[in-house]
Design a protein around this ligand. Structure first.
Ligand SMILES: Cc1ncc(C[n+]2csc(CCOP(=O)(O)OP(=O)(O)O)c2C)c(N)n1
Ligand code: SF4
Ligand SMILES: [Mg+2]
Length: 318
């Protein structure tokens, strides 16, 4: 037709999201903080999985790590200390259409938030939980957290912490219906990315502990791991975290572990002589509480009133 170019399309093309669509405010984290690395990985994952920003929500508690939602150009909820998981569960229970990511710290999750952590794992609602474990309270300037190594001097324990640290992996693996438990490190971007990708694709709650550098208050704490290639053990399995061969070859210490083996997962998680990274456990059969809470979501108000009326009618006395 006169005046129309041949390649004109009347149908709008589906939107192609680029990295910039997920980049929010400029992070205020210290330079060298491992949180930057996790943020970059999540932004790339969102781009690669083409998650619509308006259908993505990042929920957090309080802490350095919990500033995450400000730095993603998605929906976000920067909540209360220790309450990242109940907020995430609330979002998930009413909005099955959203991609839910929860960011929490070792203090936020394993101290003040412990009760919520345990029940959220058992509820197993579909969401990706990233626990950024720097072994310290960063935001409030260096108090001991439950994961601080024994003997480490902090503002609350100037002569060194008195107790052995809590192990977030063995705790999580001990909870009914835990369905995806993995560990990665912020300083290996390909492994971090592959772990978050597997976690996001899992149907249920995926719990990812990220060993995170805090150069400000915990300098050198991960140095031994970074310098001794034997210390970090890459858990390998076809059903585990898949890496490119070129990346996998950089791990000098690798061990096979079948992520369907809960006993084996607990054994690996309890190891203190090495730091295993990869997928410890996956169980796609675990019950999911969000499947229960989603019942009736599409019902109209009139249908809901009628259903309540029907229920009440059962108690009618003739
Ligand atoms: C109810 C409540 N108690 C205590 C605090 C103080 N507070 C804020 S962040 C934080 C610890 C954060 O540590 P963590 O979760 O490990 O995060 P990080 O800063 O290390 O990333 C504490 C104790 C608070 N904000 N609210
Ligand atoms: S204090 Fe530690 S955790 Fe907080 S931003 Fe600085 S390096 Fe990161
Ligand atoms: Mg911390």
């Amino acid at each position: 037709m006169y005046g129309l170019k041949e390649d004109w399309e009347l149908e709008p093309r589906p939107r192609q999201y680029v990295l910039d669509d997920y980049v929010g405010a400029v992070p205020r984290w210290c330079s060298g903080c491992g949180d930057h690395s996790v943020l970059g990985a999540l932004q790339r994952l969102a781009r690669d999985e083409q998650l619509p920003p308006e259908k993505t929500v990042v929920v957090s508690g309080i802490g350095c790590s919990s500033r995450f939602p400000h730095y993603m150009k998605t929906y976000g909820f920067h909540g209360l200390h220790g309450r990242a998981l109940p907020v995430g569960c609330g979002v998930r229970s009413r909005r099955p259409d959203l991609h839910v990511f929860v960011v929490t710290g070792d203090g936020d999750c394993c101290a003040i938030g412990t009760a919520h952590w345990i029940h959220a794992i058992r509820y197993n609602m579909n969401m990706t939980v990233m626990m950024l474990d720097n072994n310290i309270y960063g935001l409030t300037k260096m108090q001991s957290s439950p994961t601080t190594p024994k003997g480490y001097r902090s503002n609350t324990h100037p002569f060194g912490t008195a107790l052995r640290p809590l192990n977030p992996l063995t705790v999580t693996l001990g909870i009914t219906d835990a369905s995806f438990v993995a560990q990665t490190v912020d300083w290996n971007p390909p492994h971090l990315y592959a772990t978050l990708q597997a976690a996001h694709r899992h149907q249920g709650l995926s719990f990812v502990r990220v060993l995170q550098r805090c150069p400000h208050y915990m300098p050198k704490i991960w140095d031994a791991l970074q310098q001794d290639p034997q210390k970090v053990v890459l858990l390998t399995h076809d059903g585990g975290i898949r890496l490119d061969d070129a990346v996998a070859r950089t791990f000098k210490h690798q061990e096979a572990h079948d992520p369907s083996d809960l006993g084996g997962a607990r054994d690996w998680a309890a190891r203190e002589d090495v730091v295993p990274i990869g997928l410890f456990y996956r169980n796609q059969e675990s019950d999911r509480y969000d499947e229960f809470t989603h019942h009736g979501l599409g019902m109209s108000a009139a249908d809901k009133v009628a259903a309540v009326q029907r229920d009440l009618d059962r108690f009618l006395i003739d």
